[in-house]
Ligand binder design. Structure first.
Ligand code: FAD
Ligand code: SF4
Length: 514
């Protein structure tokens, strides 16, 4: 037969480069839904629904363009014997006997291996296509990283700004005279709260999405999370409408409040574009160009626009480069040798800690939390409570609609947990409850006290933070970036240190009750 283009669930762009090289009369597209993928790691119901609905919309868009799409849906798979992607692909290759199998590089190392093996076993030549939904290819990143002692996002980002001519002035220098406006960003909300924030764009479920929601509640009822609020973009048109809404109404507040938290404020001024970007419903170039245009037209301040572009042209591209550089070892990373079990309340939100309750409840309701909630609440607790990194990482991959391994695992294992020993961060992101108190109103709603280090009312973050510093003080002292954190410790008496250790161990032994 002709050639087959396999389109994976996070490759849903109609401008897939392989399509221009295929012949609609002879070649076909193959798309495969598998319960195996939804359960290989545990997955939020909204995450499963988003992938399935966006895949089905993409199938219809390709058919409308005249492509023959072989679409293997979940209903054609026996629920009692869910096959993995490898089995279903092997079957399809046997049935269709293509001359070649074409695939765009996937977002997960394991899938790349699996496709190589399956194609080889079927005797079908496999041709890889680079993923054009990144500005920096895997090879380009590897070249940048070569010979560097330390991988620093900031250096990479400046090179990307120059290379792609983003936010540069007429002389090729950074717009506004500096590469980084973080000093102007990252404020807490005003004392009285965030006030009225223009809402993000939501998309009520259409016919296809409603069918998928019914299917997910039937087949995956025991999975975590809720479908009650499902309204994520599932098509490129919707993703573009979401981008427009963000640029027109919400980008102005992004910079100053990107690190702020407040009760009943799940979205803040964030873009909520990660799932659309990761599924390829949106091209990052379009997002960057729209933000830059808003600045050039005087509709958004440079500081916030630079901060937003840094997230996409800097962090997103950097994280992806690091993932492919460090896999498969990254998945095993456990720098601090932590082995405690993830507390059960990560799956329910039933904890007395107000900050965690807030972040977890919104995560289970929507499949979304913003960066500071992920890094400095759920992630920080994972580090301080000595949770096994693999368990934390599997949790993140399960609960967020934007979770794909290439972006989830470096963020969790590298940035939040420091499990890779600081491969691309200059220090562990650790803080006490005082940080959360400064960035939010959450501590005012909490039965714990952010400033107390020991005793029953002490904030668990604070107790465990000081315990962490004490445990790691030699390493922290050796690093000029963290040495100041340890100064306090030197002034503690042995009695104080002993009381802290007792309080901390008491907490660590009863994490499920906090
Ligand atoms: P905004 O705050 O509006 O930012 C704009 C865009 O920048 C995002 O849509 C995203 O594409 C990109 N971006 C921002 N920060 C990062 C980052 N650190 N790494 C990569 N891209 C970034 N992001 C995911 O897309 N999938 C994940 O599975 C994921 N897991 C994470 C796990 C942890 C522990 C942490 C700390 C962060 C994780 N992130 C992940 C990064 C970031 O938190 C999310 O991209 C962001 O919160 C998504 O919300 P938003 O679209 O409103 O982002
Ligand atoms: Fe979170 Fe501690 Fe503040 Fe409570 S006191 S909300 S546990 S930081």
């Amino acid at each position: 037969g002709g050639r087959i283009l396999l389109v994976l669930g996070d490759q849903l762009a109609t401008d897939h480069p392989a399509l221009t090289a295929l012949d609609a009369a002879r070649d076909r597209v193959l798309m495969i839904e598998t319960a195996g993928e939804a359960t290989a790691v545990w997955s939020h119901q909204a995450r499963i629904a988003l992938f399935l609905s966006a895949m089905r919309h993409h199938r219809d868009a390709l058919r409308a363009q005249g492509w023959t799409v072989d679409y293997l849906d979940l209903d054609s798979e026996p629920p009692d014997a869910p096959a993995g992607l490898d089995h279903r692909l092997a079957e399809a290759l046997q049935r269709l006997r293509p001359s070649e199998l074409w695939v765009m590089e996937p977002g997960e190392w394991r899938i790349e291996q699996l496709l190589e093996t399956t194609a080889a076993q079927a005797g079908v030549p496999l041709r890889w296509w680079a993923d054009p939904h990144f500005l920096c290819t895997r090879e380009r990143f590897a070249r940048w990283a070569q010979g560097r002692q330390q991988l620093r996002m900031e250096h990479f980002y400046r090179e990307m700004r120059r290379e792609h001519r983003v936010l540069l002035d007429a002389q090729g220098q950074p717009e506004g005279g500096t590469w980084n406006f973080d000093a102007d960003n990252r404020q807490p909300y005003p004392k009285g709260g965030p006030g009225a924030i223009p809402p993000p764009a939501w998309f009520p479920p259409d016919g296809i999405t409603q069918e998928v929601l019914a299917l997910v509640s039937r087949r995956f009822a025991n999975h975590p999370g809720s479908l009650a609020h499902f309204a994520w973009p599932v098509t490129p048109d919707q993703a573009r409408a979401a981008l427009r809404r963000f640029i027109e109404h919400r980008l102005v507040g992004f910079g100053p409040y990107q690190d702020a938290m407040w009760t009943d404020t799940p979205w803040g001024w964030h873009s909520l574009l990660s799932s659309s970007l990761n599924l390829h419903l949106l091209d990052p170039r379009e997002v960057i160009a729209a933000a830059e245009a808003a600045y050039r037209e005087g509709r958004a301040p440079l500081s916030g626009v630079e901060g937003f572009i840094r997230q996409i042209l800097g962090w997103r591209e950097f994280i992806r480069g690091v993932y492919w550089l460090d896999m498969p070892g990254l998945r095993q990373a456990n720098h601090y040798d932590h082995h405690r079990a993830l507390p059960a309340w990560y799956w329910t939100g039933a904890t007395r800690m107000a900050c965690l309750r807030d972040a977890l409840t919104q995560t289970l309701a929507h499949g979304y939390a913003h960066h500071i909630q992920r890094l400095m609440v759920t992630g920080l607790f994972g580090t301080l409570a000595e949770i096994e990194p693999r368990q934390v990482s599997d949790w993140y991959r399960a609960v967020y609609v934007d979770a794909v391994e290439w972006v989830e695992s470096p963020n969790t294992l590298g940035m939040a947990l420091h499990a890779n020993g600081g491969r691309f961060t200059s220090k562990p992101y650790v803080a006490s409850g005082a940080y959360i108190d400064r960035q939010s109103n959450l501590c005012k709603m909490c039965e714990y006290r952010p400033k107390e280090k020991t005793g029953p009312r002490a904030c668990p973050f604070t107790t465990l933070y000081w315990y962490f510093l004490d445990n790691h003080r030699l390493a922290l002292r050796a690093n000029p970036r963290t040495r100041p954190m340890t100064m306090h410790l030197d002034r503690w008496s042995e009695d104080e240190r002993q009381a802290l250790r007792e309080s901390a161990l008491e907490r660590l032994h009863r994490l499920d009750e906090l």
